[in-house]
Design a protein around this ligand. Structure first.
Ligand code: PHE
Length: 457
């Protein structure tokens, strides 16, 4: 075990780093298109319920496990429950990190490509022409080499930040990037709202259309609530492990969830106001930002700047999240195997990059490793989609549920409360409330997962 554990430099630095992990392509890419296709604010309402009633208690639990043990997930569970099977919840987290970062790195690469295209005027021929934009996006992601090169670059940056350590890498970059993300997004949202017809985007986003909500939207909302706050794979355990005892874990968790939610809503406003003002298709799905936005931004005066601003802020959001995923993997090797930070980062960073290459290649249909297992094995999905669905629909909710159960049955409420109360001044924590929310969180996830898996058996 490491005697001199790395530490956050300040309370605010920790909040910005954890919020940086939470705010990512989940908020700016996934949430808007999911809400667009699943009933607008009807989806948002379900997602908010999931975040505040299920997610919040698990963020707090993850922080507490990390701070108590001063270890990343595998070691943390092992320390609180020595010799038991609970450490496999930690291993599930490390495995989830491989699954998520593989496709996340590919999307990170796409974003880099789009920054360069927007700055070099590559979108100018796409103005008002979503078909051309769609053809450009399709040709890019389905090509072999170009996405791989951008992915490599993105993953290289990620590794570089992590090698620089908790304070000198993660905290430093998150503290610079988080405020910039908020400023850029706010400017884009104001621009959108003040466009003629932009307000139609607001009513699209905030008027509930319950008829568009299906049972699968609810599974989607639950899975997304885990994905968007980086829950269920020990990211928050790892970040919590670099904390000293004086941090108020309850307040911090609330801050992170509020920042994450506000940024998702702000992204929705910025995107849908612009899409509506320019008469594009709001229910485009995953292509919303890569296909629709390049064709609408370029119709505005100063279009290059708007598009570049958008993709730059998206890039910063993706980077501050991707580093938190890589940190979970790296911290495992540092804590459990005594590896140096550099060696750990380079090894796991390279492996996940290679897995990601298969995600990218699966989109062109050339090399799709799910195809080797027979077309029907993964219901005909690409390897990229399999990794995305596997993590947000199953691995993260299961990891989160197991964390809640762990606190309830193994660590037990009195020990847990003792850790939570450290750093909390001025009010007493209600044990019944803490216990009730954990039971509720675990039950909701169990119910939804069982329903989701039932058709397979
Ligand atoms: N929360 C990140 C996002 O919204 C993704 C993420 C998931 C990061 C799990 C870390 C762990 O994009």
């Amino acid at each position: 075990m490491n005697n001199q554990r790395e530490r956050w430099g300040s309370k605010l630095g920790f909040i910005l780093a954890a919020a940086g992990s939470a705010v990512g392509i989940g908020n700016i890419w996934k949430y808007p298109h999911m809400a667009g296709q699943n009933g607008g604010s009807a989806f948002t309402i379900i997602y908010l319920i999931c975040i505040f009633l299920v997610g919040l208690s698990i963020v707090i639990a993850e922080f507490a496990i990390g701070r108590k043990t001063q270890l990343s997930p595998v070691g943390a569970f092992e320390k609180l429950a020595p010799g038991s099977y609970w450490k496999y919840v930690g291993f599930l987290g490390v495995a989830s990190a491989f699954v998520i970062l593989s496709f996340y790195g590919v999307v990170g690469g796409w974003i880099l490509k789009y920054i360069i295209e927007s700055l070099s005027g590559g979108f100018s021929s796409l103005a008002g022409n979503p078909d051309a934009s769609s053809a450009m996006f399709g040709a890019f992601v389905e090509s072999t080499w170009s996405p791989l090169i951008y992915q490599l670059f993105f993953m290289g940056l990620c590794m570089w930040v992590i090698i620089n350590g908790v304070k000198g890498g993660i905290e430093k970059w998150s503290s610079v990037m988080m405020p910039l993300i908020i400023i850029l997004l706010a400017v884009l949202a104001v621009r959108g709202v003040t466009l003629e017809g932009g307000m139609k985007g607001i009513s699209f986003l905030f008027n509930p259309r319950f008829e568009d909500l299906t049972p699968s939207s609810i599974v989607l909302a639950l899975g997304h609530s885990f994905f968007t706050v980086s829950l269920g794979m020990g990211t928050m355990i790892t970040y919590g492990s670099y904390l000293e005892k004086k941090q108020n874990l309850l307040n911090s968790a609330l801050w992170i969830i509020v920042i994450d939610t506000l940024i998702a809503l702000l992204a929705g406003i910025a995107i849908f106001t612009t899409v509506f003002a320019l008469g594009a298709n709001p229910a485009e799905g995953p292509g919303l930002i890569f296909v629709v936005l390049p064709s609408v931004f370029t119709q505005l005066a100063g279009g290059t700047i708007w598009a570049a601003m958008f993709f730059i802020l998206l890039f910063m959001a993706a980077l501050t999240s991707a580093i938190s995923i890589l940190e979970v993997q790296t911290a495992y090797l540092i804590d459990q195997k005594n590896w140096s930070r550099k060696k750990a980062t380079l090894l796991f960073g390279s492996i996940v990059t290679v897995i990601g290459m298969f995600c990218s290649l699966s989109l062109g249909g050339g090399i799709n490793i799910t195809g080797f297992l027979g077309e029907s094995f993964f219901l005909g999905e690409t390897f990229f989609d399999v990794m995305d669905n596997l993590s947000s629909k199953y691995m993260l909710p299961i990891g989160g549920m197991m964390t809640a159960i762990f606190v309830l049955v193994k660590w037990k409420i009195p020990g847990y409360l003792e850790e939570l109360s450290t750093g909390v001044d001025g009010y007493a924590i209600n044990a019944g409330l803490i216990k009730g929310t954990l039971i509720f969180a675990a039950s909701v996830v169990a119910f939804i997962i069982i329903n989701e898996l039932a058709p397979f058996f």
